[in-house]
Design a protein around this ligand. Structure first.
Ligand code: SAH
Length: 282
């Protein structure tokens, strides 16, 4: 894969696992908050919304009224500014930064929150869950990539689908699992207009991984467990890397590299705040 980030829309098929084979305005609040606190703010179930303001890359499946041009430009400008802030915080991988610049984050959020889409914060998406903070998304993908092209990647915790879309720009094939059915549906609805051909969404318990698609060159967990589930370690390719938040009240990012069939090397990265990893489906 070249170092040039892809732009949306990507070549189309579907974003779901059917049959297994399967305006932004400037932010008013600029306070970074934790995922768990923000998740708790949302008591209303989140309903899929059409994109608040379509951006230029967005090609809807059905004809829609043209978006006012100035909104598209504002949206791109604030997204670029967000990426610059993420880079300032230490993310260096140009492929990851390019992916962050490509994905229209406001399309993954409730209309009422779209104005805050490009601040560097996690925000509620309903069901006590959050869309991850752009910095942490970038940091985790950078740690997983380590400058290498990735073939097959698994994400645990699709949520609204934002990180999955970012991953689709940096890996050849992306699989993402969500345990909350309405969020799985929400992600499908959010991702459909982006027409991402190399992304498959699954509804299920991500703690079990996705054995039918394993091994993975990279695995990212978007929810924190007390430890990394064994099944996920087993589904990592030799040489593959897994990045996960680990802990309960205090959490840190863990980078695990599978160096041999029965050998994994762990590294502790920075502190973080994620919603909990939970077993089963709802
Ligand atoms: N990736 C999202 C972040 C979603 S928040 C983004 O791009 O912003 C974390 C998600 O992990 C929640 O939607 C939660 O329901 C999900 N989750 C928690 N435990 C899970 C499990 N065992 N399997 C799959 N998803 C899980």
């Amino acid at each position: 894969m070249s170092d040039k980030p892809r732009t949306f829309p990507l070549p189309l098929s579907s974003v779901t696992d059917k049959g297994q084979k399967k305006p932004s305005v400037l932010p008013t609040v600029a306070t970074p908050q934790t995922a768990t606190r923000n998740a708790a703010q949302s008591t209303q179930p989140w309903r899929p919304q059409p994109a608040a303001v379509p951006v230029r890359q967005h090609v809807p499946e059905r004809p829609q009224p043209a978006a006012p041009r100035q909104f598209a430009l504002v949206s791109e400008g604030v997204r670029r500014a967000m990426v610059a802030r993420v880079a300032k915080q230490g993310v260096q991988d140009p492929v990851v930064l390019g992916a962050l610049e490509t994905v229209p984050r406001h399309m993954f959020m409730d209309e009422g929150l779209a104005a805050q889409a490009y601040i560097d914060a996690s925000l509620p998406i309903g069901h006590q869950q959050t869309i991850s903070q752009p910095y942490i998304v970038a940091r985790m993908i950078e740690a997983m990539r380590q400058g290498n092209d990735l073939k097959r990647v698994l994400e645990i915790g699709t949520g609204c689908g934002y990180q999955a879309a970012v991953l689709s720009c940096v890996a050849q094939e992306v699989y993402s699992i969500e345990r909350i059915k309405p969020l799985h549906e929400l992600a499908k609805a959010n991702l459909r207009p982006l027409r991402i051909a190399n992304l498959r969404l699954h509804y299920g318990d991500g703690m079990l991984g996705l054995p039918q698609a394993a091994p993975f060159d990279g695995i990212i967990l978007a929810a924190a467990g007390l430890e990394v589930p064994r099944a996920l370690l087993e589904q990592l390719a030799i040489g593959g890397r897994l990045v996960a938040p680990v802990g309960e009240r205090t959490q840190h990012l863990e980078l695990v590299t599978r160096v041999a069939k029965s050998e994994w090397v762990r590294q502790t990265l920075e502190d973080c705040h994620f919603v909990p990893l939970r077993p089963g489906t709802v």
